[in-house]
Design a protein around this ligand. Structure first.
Ligand code: F6P
Length: 331
């Protein structure tokens, strides 16, 4: 069957995530294997407005599958939020002869892809767009997994395991703030994996007495003298929780904000493989003439949904996983 597209662009946008490079590689190699040309757009939507491009052939994506970050750079663009910016981006696509685009990132990236697709359609241009979810937050409603989440969890776990050594030696309380934007997935997984005393997630309203003080008390009563409190950035500020522990419980906690270190590092096997499968699927969709789709996971399967529908979907924490976390932290 003939490909519906001849030349496609690929870009990464929003916060970077480990596995983005593996995804770019998969898009380029899947396209080339089908005889579709591929153009790299640097610096996300801002780069598309500016025509900041690079040639992408199989060799250009060699030795990146194991690298964190994104070889195409990423940015958050205010200009692209305006109609004028979207028109400029559509004009770049026309100038370059792009008839397809793969946008790798989070929900802001998908909103951008949809806006671009509408602008191109209004201008009478043929431009198919497909989004791929990549964010350490795992907060995309239509996909139960997003590229980068597994690596970010492992990075946080490695850091907290190190913290635990010194906290145990000093018999201290440690408060660790992890990323996740408005989602508690990262905190929940990390909390379960490190055996946290308490885990605070934005999906459950913060109650210091119930979710922190009582957990620490019970741990102390069971003989523990060091406590690990994991706080999702969207639930509370690690600093504020530390202060409350000092004030209300008389402990001398240490607060660590893991911050952007969670976004770096070599992607895990899960992220490399998922990114590669998603990149392959995106090119397949474009080749088949599909547009306005988000590649996503349903269980272990790679599937796809309409962008509009996907963006309207919301995600809550998995009830079974939340239940396990609650049980492990003493209810
Ligand atoms: O969306 C990914 C993420 O790392 C969030 O977890 C965090 O809230 C945000 O990006 C940080 O963004 P910035 O890189 O702009 O500081």
């Amino acid at each position: 069957m003939e490909n519906a597209v001849k030349r496609i662009g690929v870009l990464t946008s929003g916060g970077d995530a480990p596995g983005m490079n593996a995804c770019i590689r998969a898009v380029v190699r899947s396209a080339n294997a089908r005889g579709i040309e591929c153009v790299g757009i640097r610096r996300g939507w801002q780069g598309l407005i500016a025509g900041d491009i690079m040639e992408m052939d199989n060799a250009s994506v060699s030795r990146i599958i194991n690298r964190g970050g994104t070889m195409l750079y990423t940015a958050r663009s205010d200009e692209f939020r305006t109609l004028e910016g979207q028109k400029k981006a559509a004009a770049t696509c026309k100038l370059l002869g792009l008839d397809g685009l793969v946008a790798i990132g989070g929900d802001g990236t998908f909103r951008g892809a949809l806006a671009l697709s509408r602008q191109a359609a209004e201008a009478g241009e043929h431009l198919q767009v497909v989004g791929i979810p990549a964010t350490i937050d795992n907060d995309i409603g239509c996909s139960n997994y997003t590229i980068g989440f597994d690596t970010a969890c492992n990075t946080a776990i490695e850091c907290i395991d190190k913290l635990r050594d010194t906290m145990q030696s000093h018999e201290r309380c440690s408060v660790v703030e992890v990323m996740g934007h408005r989602s508690g997935y990262l905190a929940l997984y990390v909390g379960v994996a490190i055996g946290a005393t308490a885990v605070l997630v934005p999906e459950r309203p913060y109650d210091f007495e119930k979710h922190v003080a009582e957990k620490i008390r019970r741990a102390r009563l069971s003989g523990k003298t060091n406590f690990m409190i994991v706080v999702a950035e969207g639930a509370a500020s690690g600093m504020a929780v530390g202060e409350e522990i000092r004030r209300e419980l008389g402990l001398d906690p240490r607060v660590t904000i893991l911050g952007h270190i969670q976004r770096g590092g070599s992607p895990s096997a899960k992220d490399r493989v998922t990114a590669t499968r998603m990149g392959y699927e995106a090119v397949q969709l474009l080749a088949e003439g599909k547009t306005n789709r988000i590649v996503c996971t349903s269980g272990e399967q790679i599937v796809n949904v309409d962008i509009d529908e996907g963006l309207a979907m919301t995600k809550t924490l998995d009830p079974e996983e939340f239940e396990v976390m609650t049980a492990m932290t003493g209810r």
